[in-house]
Design a protein around this ligand. Structure first.
Ligand code: GDP
Length: 304
């Protein structure tokens, strides 16, 4: 589909190549075929558990529907991948949630370098273009340069940034930002945080404190806690996600750098193994390179 045309070339090539290899020596849908399918899916970073699940369910379906033809088998594979998402009725799940009244707050978490700040910049640009009043909070006060980087994005997309000096209490930055968002009628506040997984207890305390500061002022906020994951790290991203799920109430995933990797299959693993919806995908470094995640288009994008 058009939507992912530019960003999925690498993943599309891998998926396409793997399937072509699989069907190049296609004889029949026997046990060997399904073993090879599992292997190909794992190589495409779909993840072991998910690959086995797909293969087993497909095996049953093929038997039930008496599918034999090469083309029909290949269609059944695509249908199966799509159904992994549709089964859980995720169309609504995949969308971002907003406040009924007053400012909406999105909290961004994730380890350094995954693309949090960039995603916030892109999203600020999107909402700014939609005519919304957007505020950013530089609550990653830990990483050197993080505040400046967010301020630079703010300049680029013409959005205000609440900041304090490096090493300030992140919750104090968030407190100021929430006050400002309320008193000056902002529509949306995007909060950058420091993702130090090295010390889970500290991270949990810090994110907990930030969340409490927000909720005290805006009882329905944060509407989203978005975990940014770098798609190029493949299965490591899954491990990170499991760790973040332990320390905070993640509501969705931003999968970044999909343009730079052939590991698009990771999207299926995230859904199936973490039961977290992917809500946004990053397809480049520029402000327009952010897409909503739409499962059906995405899966077709892996093959076309
Ligand atoms: P943070 O530490 O999590 O805030 O990560 P940054 O936002 O600083 O991003 C780290 C690097 O990844 C930067 O060089 C970004 O330009 C780059 N980056 C972020 N998102 C994407 C993406 O979707 N595609 C590509 N190719 N690069 C990205």
């Amino acid at each position: 589909e058009q939507k992912y045309e530019k960003g999925l070339e690498k993943s599309r090539k891998t998926f396409g190549d793997k399937l072509n290899e699989l069907f190049a020596n296609f004889r029949s849908v026997d046990e060997e075929f399904f073993e090879e399918l599992e292997e190909k899916l794992i190589e495409a970073d779909v993840g072991f558990e998910t690959a086995v699940k797909i293969s087993e369910e497909l095996q049953e379906e093929v038997k039930l529907r008496n599918v034999k033809d090469k083309k029909d088998v290949s269609n059944a594979i695509i249908e199966k991948l799509v159904s992994l998402y549709e089964a859980e009725g995720t169309t609504e799940d995949n969308s971002l949630h907003f406040a009924q009244n007053g400012p909406t707050v999105f909290l961004f978490v994730g380890v350094n370098g995954v693309g949090k700040t960039t995603t916030i910049g892109k999203l600020a640009h999107r909402y700014q273009q939609e005519g919304k009043k957007v505020l950013l909070a530089a609550a990653d006060t830990f990483r050197a340069g993080a505040i400046e980087q967010l301020v630079e994005w703010g300049r680029r997309v013409n959005v205000e940034v609440v900041r304090k000096p490096e090493r300030s209490d992140p919750a104090a930055v968030v407190f100021d930002a929430v006050q400002k968002a309320k008193s000056e009628d902002y529509d949306i506040l995007l909060v950058d945080t420091a993702g130090r997984l090295q010390n889970k207890v500290n991270l949990m305390n810090e994110l907990g404190k930030i969340a409490r500061v927000i909720t005290r002022e805006l009882p329905d906020a944060p509407q989203e806690v978005l975990l940014a994951l770098d798609a190029t790290t493949g299965q490591n991203a899954l491990t990170q996600a499991k760790q973040f799920k332990d320390v905070t109430n993640v509501t969705g995933i931003v999968l970044t750098k999909l343009d730079g990797t052939a590991k698009g299959g990771i999207v299926l693993a995230i859904r199936n193994e973490l039961h977290l919806p992917v809500k946004l995908v990053g397809l480049g470094e520029k402000m327009d390179d952010l897409r909503d995640f739409e499962p059906v288009e995405f899966v077709y994008g892996l093959f076309n």
